[in-house]
Design a protein around this ligand. Structure first.
Ligand code: XMP
Length: 326
């Protein structure tokens, strides 16, 4: 007879049996799957688990603090937090091609993770938040080889070089089951029901060359958009607009346009808002957000984020546009 508490007990037993008294390493990204895997494995083996959280400087506003708060303070998980912002920014300097940026971020991520992993000499296991759809996807891929770290982190080849055994306790679960498990394990529902966020993070939401200055402006604009989406209810469904949309975010355009503020003229950057509704992320419709919501978001961004003086809304569907701008 299936129930969540029984499921957790069984999963915990399985992990203990598999791992014995050996140590486990897990790359925490802040995403749902790695977070739930960390919470579950920690429930099973406590301090035999060490998480490495690599902050590439392209996370959302306060995201690193939230991850540390949730895992270290609330759950008591051992997490090594590496702030690698400077390293990523210097590697990305002068690079504007989207795929080249993805490659650099993926490669840098592996290097930072690997050098931390090398310090944890006793870790025999590499844990990953692989879920059932990832297993299917990799089985269907041309090589037929299991993806090393989830493809959405764009960092393949990790366990090969680390020479560790793989621990993947979520392999049989679908996304909705992973979310329920996360909540049952004590993760905050806002974290577990968050929109998907790409592995390269804001790196593909800053068009062209990535700079820390741009990332700082984008983070603040994006946080205002998300806050207003969460606060505003759709009277038709009774749901807030964050839950009603599948993915929503701000995009930084490194283009300057003229504005007026008081008696003065401004010449500042542009932000585009993107919100879509989709079930499979292969096709998507732009969300028909209420005008008054867009108006509030626009005026808050322009008033609160000095350096941005124009906000636009993306009314392109996928296909032919993609969800992300890069
Ligand atoms: P597109 O832009 O292709 O996005 O319509 C479809 C979904 O995939 C996500 N996405 C990525 N996720 N690494 C990721 O982990 C990436 O490089 C990447 N590019 C796009 C996107 O956020 C959307 O959910």
């Amino acid at each position: 007879d299936w129930s969540m508490p029984n499921y957790i007990d069984e999963a915990v037993d399985r992990i203990r049996e598999q791992v014995g008294d050996e140590e486990v390493l897990l790359g925490l990204s802040g995403g749902v799957d790695s977070s739930v895997a960390a919470a579950l494995i920690h429930r099973a083996i406590g301090d035999q688990l060490t998480c490495v959280f690599v902050d590439h400087g392209l996370l959302r506003l306060n995201e690193a603090e939230q991850v540390m708060q949730t895992f270290v303070k609330n759950l008591g998980v051992r997490v090594i937090h590496i702030d690698a912002t400077e390293q990523f920014m210097s590697q990305l300097a002068g690079v504007s091609d989207p795929e080249a940026k993805r490659k650099i971020i993926g490669k840098e991520f592996v290097e930072v993770f690997q050098s931390e992993a090398a310090k944890l000499k006793n870790a025999r296991w590499l844990a990953q938040g692989t879920i059932y759809p990832d297993v299917i996807e990799s089985a269907a891929s041309k090589t037929g080889k299991a993806v090393a770290i989830k493809s959405h982190h764009n960092v393949g080849g990790l366990p090969d070089t680390l020479n560790m055994k793989l621990l993947e306790p979520l392999r049989e679960l679908f996304k909705d089951e992973v979310r329920k498990l996360g909540v049952a394990l004590g993760l905050p529902p806002e974290m577990v029901y968050r929109h998907p966020f790409p592995g390269p993070g804001l790196g593909v939401r800053i068009l062209g060359e990535v700079k820390k200055e741009y990332a700082d402006l984008l983070r603040r604009a994006d946080a205002i958009f998300i806050e207003e989406l969460r606060k505003t209810l759709d009277p038709v469904t009774g749901k807030n607009w964050y839950d009603q949309t599948s993915q929503a975010f701000a995009v930084f355009l490194p283009v300057k346009s003229v504005g007026v503020m008081g008696d003065g003229r401004t010449y500042d950057y542009v932000v585009a808002l993107r919100a879509v509704e989709t079930t499979d992320f292969m096709t998507a419709d732009w969300a028909e957000l209420p005008y008054n919501l867009l108006k509030r978001v626009s005026s808050r961004i322009i008033n609160e984020v000095r350096g941005i003086n124009r906000v636009t809304y993306d009314v392109s569907s996928k296909p032919p546009a993609t969800i992300e701008w890069e």
